[in-house]
Structures are given as C-alpha cells and as structure tokens.
Design a protein around this ligand. Structure first.
Ligand code: NAP
Ligand code: GDD
Length: 326
C-alpha cells in the first residue's frame, strides 16, 4: 500500500529535499503550509503537481488535528520552525511558541487522532551550544545558547516524553548544520556563496560577516533527509546524531568559496560587529557513529564539494540559469 507522509515546513530547505526523496520512495506527500500573502513555494515549485498542499499552522492546534483527521498520514515529519538563531534573540516568545510549543501541539494531535502515526522531530546540534564534550553524541549533556536552542531542547524532550508516556513511535534527529543551494539567504553559508557569486559577477564589492572563527560540522541537506526517513523505518523509535564528524570555520568556508571563482577572500570580507550574537556557539562537531551503525547512514558529500556546489549554483542562479533556490 502507498505510504502517506505529512511534512510540516515543506516550503523550507529540508522540506523540499525530503519531499523529493519520499516521492522517489513512492510516498504520497501532504505538505503543510501556512497562509501567506505571497507565494512561498519557490523551493518546491518543481514538485507542486506531485504534492497535496494542506493549510495549517503550528500555532493553531485545531488546524493540525483537522489535517491529521482529513489526510490520515502514516508518518509525520515535523520540520517547521522559526529556525534562524538571530531572529530568536529578537523574537524569543514567537520562537518558543512555534519551535517549542508547536511540537507539543502536533504530538498531542497525533495522540488524539491516531497514536500509530510515526513522528520525526527536527532536533538540532544548537542544543549542545556551549559544548561540554567533543565530539557531541546522543549522550552529551545539552547547554543551549540561544532562545532557538532552548526552544529546540523543549521540542526534543517533549518528543521523548510523548514516546515514553503514550508509547508513540516518536524519534528525534539531532542534526548538525546542513546546507545546500536552497539554504535561506540569511544563513552564513548561503550568504557567503551568494555574495561570492555577486562579487564575481560585478554586482557587489564586499561581504560583511560576523564571527569568522565559529566552527560548524557542515553537511549537505540532500544527504541528511535520508537519515530522517531511516529513523521512521526502525522497529523502535530513538534519537540520533546526524553529522559528518568534521568541523570547519566560517573563515575556511570563505577561503574555498572565493577560491572557486579565482578570488582571495582577504580582499572582500569585512568583519562587522552587527553580525555578532549576544551568545555564540563556538564549536560544533558531531559523532555520527550511532546513525552509521543503526541506520546505515553516512554523509556522502564532502565539505569542499558542498562549498563549491553552492557557489556554482549561485552563479547559475544569478545568471538566470537556475530557478527555485532563493
Ligand atoms: P527553514 O528553511 O527555515 O524552513 C522552516 C519551515 O518552517 C518553512 O517551511 C516555514 O514556512 C515553516 N514554518 C515556520 N513557522 C511556521 C508555523 N508557525 N507553522 C507552520 N510552518 C511554519 O528550515 P530548514 O533549514 O529546512 O530546517 C528544517 C528543520 O530542521 C527546522 O525545524 C530547523 O530548526 C531544523 N534544523 C535545521 C538544521 C539545518 O542546519 N538546516 C539543523 C538542525 C535542525 P514558511 O516558508 O511559510 O516560512
Ligand atoms: N547567519 C550568519 N550571518 N552567521 C554568521 C555571520 C553572518 O554574517 N558571520 C558569522 N556567522 C557565524 C554565526 O555567528 C554562527 O556561529 C555561524 O556563522 C553559523 O551561523 P548560521 O549559518 O546562522 O547557523 P547556526 O549554526 O546559527 O544555526 C543553523 O544550524 C543549526 C544547527 O546547529 C540553523 O540552521 C539552525 O536552524 C540549526 O538548528
């Protein structure tokens, strides 16, 4: 029988890759979208005729109960969130409502409508924050450093709580940073690749960034969505770190990105205090051993390939050769 999946956050970076992957697996996809005065479907425009769009909002519990009742999914992937860390400092309460309480709303809707639905929660390495162990694994204590990280930690624990209290098949993927040509323009990797392309094409003269020393474990989003699916195919629900096991600085990302277009990053990057955060996460590096052993999952795209892929895609995008990535 054809499996049915509901994806919240389908208009986001991960939603678009997960939808592609699940369609390839033969799933029927229901994409949860919220009402907006402009169209937000750019990342999934190429899939639109193969997906059923359903309107609901993580802030509105009744809308989610209705969606589950009407479309009867077998699996729910909760990717929706206020996901940008600086915005979480400016809008901490909204971030808590969506990114934290939104998870309870959807879990409770599952409990009420059909507790047999399998659930994936998009947890985050941002929960490790000021890290107390290197590398970070599933058992590493959490120390979030932003309202976003705190909200994700709530979402993580409420997922575990509903699993233990109501026997739901609810799993959390503790995903480390993952990027792609479809990454939002405000995140550092895409900000770099997009502006490197603009500089190369003579559309910009400099790139203003914040903390160049921050280190992240960066992978490719297209690889990471496969781990989400694999978690829901296991007999037992569980939590998994998903990462490459390597870390690189923002500075290194700049070096490779400018190198891809034959330029020296030192000539264009300007450090601007405006992009520093009230509290920073200095170093993230995940240990993906459990995901490798239990799910057979492994990151396939190297850091160097990722950076160069993003710069090339932005060059194409800015020259009108590629659509659907802004
Ligand atoms: P993203 O591109 O920012 O997408 C976020 C999605 O959430 C968008 O589809 C957005 O819809 C939707 N959304 C926001 N508020 C909503 C609400 N109130 N109701 C319903 N939908 C709402 O994020 P992403 O990079 O794909 O990440 C997917 C998930 O993984 C997020 O939960 C993120 O926090 C988490 N995560 C991401 C990473 C990473 O490195 N990318 C790492 C760890 C965890 P609109 O298009 O309408 O705004
Ligand atoms: N956005 C941004 N813009 N970040 C900058 C800049 C800049 O101009 N300059 C330096 N950085 C540094 C930030 O201070 C941070 O240390 C690092 O680059 C990465 O920032 P982001 O790309 O905004 O990502 P993030 O690590 O804060 O959060 C992302 O990854 C999390 C997983 O660890 C998001 O995708 C979260 O949703 C996700 O959970």
């Amino acid at each position: 029988m054809t499996k049915r999946a509901l994806i919240t956050g389908i208009t986001g970076q991960d939603g678009s890759y997960l939808a592609e992957f699940l369609l390839d697996q033969g799933y029927e996809i229901f994409g949860m979208v919220r009402r907006s005065s402009t169209v937000t479907f750019e990342r999934i425009a190429h899939l639109q005729d193969r997906i059923t769009m359903v309107y609901a909002d993580l802030l509105d519990q009744a809308s989610m109960i209705e969606v589950l009742r009407t479309y009867e999914p077998d699996e729910v992937y909760n990717l929706a969130a206020q996901s940008f860390v600086p915005t979480s400092f400016q809008q901490p309460v909204l971030t808590g409502e969506v990114t934290a309480l939104g998870v309870t709303r959807i879990l409770d809707a599952i409990r009420l409508v059909n507790p047999a639905i399998r659930f994936y929660q998009a947890s985050s390495s941002e929960m490790f924050g000021k890290v107390v162990e290197v590398p970070q694994k599933e058992s590493t204590p959490f120390y979030p450093r932003s309202p976003y990280g705190v909200a994700k930690l709530y979402g993580h624990w409420i997922t575990i709580n509903y699993r233990e209290s109501y026997d739901l098949h609810a799993s959390s993927g503790i995903l480390f940073n993952h990027e792609s040509p479809r990454r939002g323009l405000e995140f550092v990797t895409r900000k770099i690749s997009y502006n490197v392309a603009r500089i190369k094409l003579g559309q910009a003269k400099e790139l203003r960034l914040g903390n160049l020393e921050a280190q992240r474990d960066w992978g490719f989003a297209g690889d990471y969505v496969k781990a989400m699916w694999a978690m829901l195919q296991q007999d037992q629900p569980d939590d998994y770190v998903v990462s490459t096991g390597e870390t690189h600085s923002v500075r290194e990302f700049c070096e490779i990105a400018f190198d891809q277009v034959g330029l020296d990053w030192n000539d264009f990057v300007v450090v601007d205090e405006a992009f520093f955060r009230p509290a920073e996460v200095d170093l993230l590096i995940g240990d993906p051993a459990k995901a490798q052993d239990a799910l057979g999952w492994k990151a396939e795209t190297s850091f160097d390939q990722l950076v160069r892929m993003m710069v090339d895609a932005d060059l194409d995008y800015l020259q009108g050769k590629l659509k659907g990535i802004s």
